[in-house]
Design a protein around this ligand. Structure first.
Ligand code: ZN
Length: 352
């Protein structure tokens, strides 16, 4: 019902510069956008509840917030389409001679080369609390920054548990995070929901160059939510409930290893849920993540088969327990880094 077809040409042609080594034939790169979607059916995200009743459902509200933002902002769908087009063009350029180190020849499996090196993202944390527990310690905040660095640089010990099937594509995303400042705000409000209330009350600070994270009680069992690239700067950033932020202090198992922030920052850097928020054929726009039709919960055993392949249940963009998610793929890395490149939606964040 909510799905809309973008009223634009689904397949566009991108003309790239002539390749000197391939004579006079212009290199035509076709960018297929036919599978792109923005709206998702929220009931699809809820089809698979934990079956054993032991594990709390992991609930990320990012796609629901996106649906709401799309309703409120008619220009957002087009903006996200353009960002997707830029991302796919960047990824399709892998291996081109203009892409030094990319392997040459084009069309291979080499990752795209962005020449950006390790990207550092400065982070502002807004602690919004109604009691002393929610006024989380500096140690708890620092523990979260450490987890982000370990997860995005593939230096966490959990990565040793990646099955052989996926170990070759587990990525060091070469994204680093540094704490730029903490703002502490006392407020009698005890839950903030998923509207923009916390962001309008405590606006983001220089959001074009800094990741803003609000740590406040969301309520409703929701761990966190993020805003994709393309949304309003006034609401740009990530919101996480305090008990799911960091690894020490006021934290609650099984989401006490800082992976809610890793997941939400993944969204903030343009990653979709790994099952694509739909059935088997609805994709997460990442070529090296297997097709799936629903989130996984708890701590799944390997292999977990869906859509005739083994799910990458240990991916940060699934819904498993914090202890059981420990990788981004190379395809996800390329997708995230595309938005840092020239013309990308978060190029300023990377200092471009
Ligand atoms: Zn999510």
């Amino acid at each position: 019902m909510k799905k809309v077809l973008l009223s634009m040409v689904a397949v566009a042609l991108l003309f790239t510069a002539c390749d000197d080594q391939k004579n006079e034939v212009a290199d035509v790169q076709e960018i297929d956008m036919s599978d792109f979607y923005v709206y998702t059916d929220e009931s699809d995200a809820l089809v698979s509840k934990p079956s054993n009743g032991k594990d709390d459902p992991k609930t990320c509200f990012t796609m629901s917030v996106l649906n709401r933002n799309l309703e409120a902002n008619p220009g957002l769908a087009k903006k996200m389409y353009d960002i997707e087009y830029h991302t796919r063009s960047f990824i399709a350029a892998k291996g081109k001679p203009s892409n030094p180190g990319g392997g040459g020849g084009g069309g291979g499996t080499e990752p795209p080369v962005d020449n950006l090196g390790v990207v550092n993202i400065p982070v502002y944390v807004h602690v919004v609390y109604s009691n002393s527990n929610e006024n989380i310690s500096d140690a708890q905040i620092n523990s979260q920054i450490s987890v982000l660095n370990q997860d995005f640089r593939k230096t966490n010990n959990d990565a040793n548990g990646i099955p052989a099937e996926f170990s070759g594509i587990a990525a060091d995303s070469e994204i680093n995070f540094s704490l730029a400042g903490v703002f502490r705000n006392s407020n009698s409000r005890t839950s903030w929901g998923t509207t923009s209330a916390v962001k309008t009350t405590y606006p983001p600070v220089t959001p074009s160059t800094h990741l803003n994270i609000w740590v406040c009680n969301i309520g409703g069992g929701i761990l966190g939510y993020a805003q994709f690239p393309g949304g309003s700067l006034a609401t740009d950033g990530v919101v996480i409930s305090p008990q799911y932020f960091g690894t020490t202090g006021f934290v609650a198992a099984p989401f006490d290893k800082g992976r809610t922030a890793t997941h939400e920052v993944g969204h903030y850097l343009n990653l979709r849920h790994i099952w694509g928020d739909g059935r088997c054929r609805q994709d997460d726009f990442v070529s090296d993540t297997p097709s799936s039709d629903a989130p996984n919960y708890g701590c799944p055993s390997y292999p977990t088969v869906k859509c005739k392949s083994n799910d990458m249940t240990m991916n940060y963009m699934d819904y498993t327990n914090d202890a059981c998610m420990f990788m981004f793929s190379e395809g996800q890395k390329a997708r995230m880094r595309a938005i840092f490149t020239s013309g990308g939606a978060r190029a300023e964040l990377a200092g471009n």
